[in-house]
Ligand binder design. Structure first.
Ligand code: FE2
Length: 294
């Protein structure tokens, strides 16, 4: 696949860090117009209380309104397992089309079974406005954007490239953070390695924007690096780490990791494109907890 790379286009990128989940959401603005995209938004949840709220999403809405931007796209890099998407909430307020990778259908099939969803849960990706295939292009104002299929963490992971900026989702972390886990259903360490090579094949000066940062070794939170920096310094894949060495490291490490705290609510909400599960006959909405199901 050859991708339509154009690093002469330099979008204005603003990150919004969510300390509760260590997620970074982005507003990506076309420098030539008022058009923008929002990447990987977060809906707040107090899981212990079963309460959702929109403080983080409201910060983004406020930013968009203050700068009088026009939202053309809401992009999900993948079905997140550690935070809930606020895309439908933001879409209801600001508009825009909601897009995710076409392999969402695989993810919906897998988790539709795990959560024993009925036939009202469609497994065809129809909750989204656009399903991206590898190499698909779209526009944000005058900017051309494209999606690279980067599975391994999950089957539907896409990296979105907009001018000289790439939103890598959970493929890479900052150089001192390494890479994302590859042990969720449908994940695979070798596939993740191959996907990371696709990201590292972008031009050296490409700005890379992380979906998460966990501030390793007590440093401050950071979310932006470059292809050159990752190639030189990434602790998991830098300096030409082999596929074999990466897979061994990744699998050993994943075996030692706990499940993300919010995986159960996140999957049930995010496989529905961020919509809440349908109300029961009493009008109430519930999340399920499958026992020994994950
Ligand atoms: Fe993720």
């Amino acid at each position: 696949m050859t991708y339509p790379i154009d690093t002469s286009v330099k979008p204005e990128v603003t990150g919004f860090f969510d300390p509760a989940t260590n997620t970074v959401s982005y507003v990506v603005k076309d420098p030539a117009t008022d058009a923008c995209a929002i990447v990987d938004s977060v809906m707040d949840i107090d899981y212990a209380a079963g309460r959702i709220s929109y403080g983080h999403a409201d910060q983004i809405i406020d930013f968009v309104e203050r700068h009088q931007l026009r939202v053309e796209w809401l992009i999900e890099t993948h079905v997140h397992a550690d935070h809930l998407s606020a895309a439908p909430y933001i879409q209801g307020r600001l508009g825009g089309k909601l897009g995710i990778g076409s392999k969402i259908k695989v993810v919906q099939e897998t988790f539709g079974k795990i959560f024993n969803e009925g036939t009202e849960f469609q497994r065809d990706g129809s909750q989204f406005d656009r399903l991206f295939e590898d190499g698909d292009t779209y526009e944000i104002g005058t900017m051309k954007a494209f999606a690279i299929h980067t599975p391994g963490h999950t089957p539907a992971c896409m990296t979105h490239v907009i001018g000289d900026a790439a939103f890598v989702g959970d493929t890479l972390f900052m150089p001192d953070g390494g890479s994302a886990r590859a042990d969720f259903p449908g994940g695979d360490a070798g596939t993740l390695y191959d996907s990371i090579q696709k990201v590292l094949a972008l031009p050296d000066e490409t700005r890379l924007f992380m979906c998460h940062d966990y501030a390793p070794n007590g440093r401050e939170i950071r979310w932006e690096t470059t292809v050159a920096e990752e190639k030189a310094h990434n602790i998991h894949v830098g300096q030409g780490t082999t596929r074999e060495a990466f897979v061994k490291m990744r699998e050993e490490r994943d075996a030692s990791l706990d499940m993300p705290k919010l995986i159960i609510p996140s999957l049930q909400i995010n496989m529905r494109a961020g919509e809440l599960p349908p109300a029961d006959e009493s009008g109430k909405r519930f999340l399920k907890v499958p026992l020994n199901g994950l």
